[in-house]
Design a protein. Structure first.
Length: 295
C-alpha cells in the first residue's frame, strides 16, 4: 500500500511539473485558488460594467450548439475545432454553449481562445462559457477571467418584438454554488419568472445526480445543497438544467425539471458527442446528439 501511494506521489509530481500538466494534486482534494464566493463577487462586478445581454435572434426558432469537457491541450483539440467549424457553418439564427472543462492543462487558454475567437464574437457567432474544475485547477481562475471575464451571468433571447428564452450561467466548478450565488439566483428567478419567458434554462458544469466518485471533492454538490437547488429550480419553473463533468450522457426528470448531462468533446474520450437544442414555440425542445467523426 505504501509503495502504491509512493508511485502516485511520484507520478503526480512529474505531471504537475510538466509543461502541459493535467493533474493538480492539491486541487483534487480541496480548492486551492479563489473560492466560489470570490469568483462570484468578481463576476458580478464585471457584469455591472458590461451591462445586460439581450440577443435578438430575428425569429422564434433558433438552434443552440452545446458541447462540454473538451479538455484541450495545445496538441489535442480536434473535436473542439470540429464543433466550432460545424457551429460557424450552420445557418443562423444560432448560438453556442460550452459547459466547462474547456482546457485540460496549464497554459492552454490562449489555444482555446484562438479556436473560439471569444473576444471577436458578434451576434449569431456567439459562444457562452461556464468554467469547469479543470479551468480553475492550478489557480487558473485569474487567467480564465482575463480571457472570459465572468463565470456567473444571465442573458436572454428575443425575436425583435417579444422575449423568448432566459439563460442563467452558474459557477459550479468546485462542486458547490455558495450562499451568495444561491441568493443571487433566488432573487433573479423570483424576478425573471414573472417576465413572460417561454423557457428558463440554467447551465453549469457540475452534474447533480452522481454516477461515481471519479471527480473527487467536486463530483457533485452536497445532498442538502442539491435539495435546496433543485427545489428552487422547480419553484420558479425552470425547464432544463444543462451540464457536463461526468463525460457520460444522462437525463433525469425531477420535480418538473429535466437535468441533462452531455457526453465529452475530449478527443480521446470513449463517448464523444455534442448536442443540438432546437428552440421553438413547441412545448418541448427538440434535441439531437451528434457524434464526432472518427479519425
Amino acid at each position: 500500500m505504501k509503495k502504491h501511494f509512493l508511485y502516485i506521489a511520484i507520478a503526480a509530481l512529474l505531471t504537475a511539473c510538466s509543461e502541459d500538466a493535467t493533474l493538480d494534486v492539491a486541487g483534487m482534494f480541496s480548492p486551492n485558488g479563489p473560492t466560489v464566493q470570490t469568483r462570484f463577487e468578481q463576476s458580478v462586478a464585471y457584469n455591472a460594467t458590461r451591462g445586460e445581454i439581450h440577443l435578438e435572434m430575428g425569429a422564434d426558432d433558433y438552434t443552440i450548439y452545446l458541447c462540454s469537457d473538451s479538455h484541450i491541450t495545445r496538441k489535442t483539440h480536434r473535436n473542439l475545432d470540429y464543433f466550432m467549424h460545424q457551429y460557424r457553418a450552420a445557418a443562423s439564427p444560432k448560438m453556442a454553449l460550452h459547459l466547462g472543462d474547456l482546457i485540460d492543462a496549464q497554459k492552454n487558454f490562449p489555444c482555446a481562445d484562438s479556436i473560439l475567437h471569444y473576444a471577436g464574437q458578434t451576434i449569431n457567432d456567439t459562444i457562452f462559457l461556464t468554467p469547469g474544475n479543470h479551468d480553475i485547477y492550478f489557480k487558473l481562475w485569474d487567467i480564465y477571467r482575463d480571457f472570459f471575464k465572468t463565470s456567473v451571468y444571465w442573458f436572454d433571447t428575443n425575436n425583435g418584438t417579444k422575449k423568448l428564452d432566459l439563460f442563467i450561467c452558474l459557477d459550479s466548478a468546485e462542486g458547490e454554488l455558495g450562499a451568495a450565488q444561491m441568493n443571487w439566483l433566488r432573487e433573479l428567478l423570483a424576478q425573471k419568472s414573472q417576465e413572460g419567458y417561454r423557457r428558463i434554462i440554467v447551465f453549469s458544469h457540475t452534474h447533480l445526480w452522481k454516477l461515481d466518485g471519479s471527480q473527487g471533492h467536486c463530483s457533485n454538490m452536497a445532498l442538502e445543497a442539491t435539495y435546496e437547488f433543485t427545489s428552487l429550480l422547480s419553484q420558479y419553473g425552470v425547464q432544463y438544467y444543462w451540464c457536463g463533468h461526468q463525460h457520460a450522457r444522462q437525463e433525469v426528470h425531477f420535480k418538473g425539471v429535466t437535468y441533462m448531462v452531455l457526453n465529452a468533446t475530449k478527443d480521446e474520450e470513449s463517448q464523444q458527442s455534442y448536442m443540438l437544442a432546437h428552440m421553438s414555440d413547441a412545448r418541448e425542445v427538440r434535441f439531437e446528439h451528434v457524434d464526432y467523426p472518427k479519425e
